[in-house]
Design a protein around this ligand. Sequence first.
Ligand code: SF4
Ligand code: MG
Length: 333
Amino acid sequence: TQPLLRVEDLSKHYEVARQGLLEEKKYVRAVNGVSFDISEGETFGLVGESGCGKSTTGQMLVHLVQHTGGQIHFAGRDITNLSKHEMKALRKELQIVFQDPYSSLNPKKKIGWLLEEPLIIHQIGSKAERQKIISEVLEQVGLDQSHLQRYPHELSGGQKQRVGIASALVLNPKFIVIDEAVSALDVSVQSQILNLLKELQRVRGLTYLFISHDLNVVQYMSDRVGVMYLGKMVEIFDVEAGGGPLHPYTRALFSSIPQVGSRQKERIVLSGDVPNPISPPPGCAFHPRCPLAVEQCRHSTPVLRSQEAGHYVSCHLYEEEAVHENRSHIGSA
Ligand code: SF4
Ligand code: MG
C-alpha cells in the first residue's frame, strides 16, 4: 500500500551572514536530505537532541517553514510546492499541535471562539453545524460545553492542551504533526494527554508525526522511530520489531531509558556536545562523539541503508557487517 506521507531528500538550508566580502557563503543545514514515509494510521516518532532538525522537518511537512530542497507527497499527491489557495485547502488535511498550549492560544479569545475560528476561516457549515462539530470534538478531547465560555488562563495546562488538540481536530484532518505536545505538562497530565492522542488516533483514523526529545514518550507512542542527528536521519527502526536500534548514536540515546529491544545491554554515555551545525565534522558527523568510530568515519559519509526489514541505518559499521555476512553466507553454501 502507498504511504500517506512520503518525504524525499527534504532539506532546509539557511544562509548565515558573512563576516567579510572575501569570506565564503556559509549555510546552516538545519535539515539535510531527509527521507521517510508514514503509513495511514501510523505514528512515526522523530527524536534527537535539541537543534537536530526534527521540529523544522515537522514544520516543513505542514508548510509552516518553506523547504529549500526535496519533495513531499501526501495521499498520492505532490504537495511540495503549492499556491496560497492550495495551501489553505491542505490545512484541513494537515494540522500541527505545538508544545506550549499557553502561547499557541490567543489569551483574549474564549475557547468557543478559538474552536470556531478555523471553521469560519474555511467556510465550513452553518452556525448550527459548526456548533455540532465543536460539541463532538469537545467531547472527544474530554471537555464540555462549560469550557466554551472560558478564557485560556482559566484552564489548567492539561485542559489547554486539550483545547489545542481540539482546535487541530475541528477541521477533521488526516494527519497531525505533534511537536513536543506534552513537554510542558506535569508527568501525570502527560500520560492523560498521550492516551487521549492514542484514543483519538484509533477513533478518527489519524496518522501522526510525533516529535519529542523524550525517548520514553516516543517509545510509548510510536510504531516506528526516526532518529535525527545534525539535520540527517541516522536510523529508522520499528519499535515492536524486537531487535531495537543499531546506530551507535541511537543506542547511546536509548541506553539511558528502559530497554527497547534486546540489543541494548549497558548504559552508553555520550561525550562532547553536538557540534556547530554551520561547520559539521566531515565524514560521519557523529564521529567525534562516537565510541565505535574507525578511521573511515573521519572522511567518508555513511548513507541511510536498509539493514533488515523496516530498519534503516546510516553507519559504516553495518555496511561492513553486511559485507561480512554475505561472505559467510557464500562460504557456508
Ligand atoms: Fe560511529 Fe562511524 Fe558509525 Fe558514524 S559511521 S556512527 S562514527 S561507527
Ligand atoms: Mg523542537
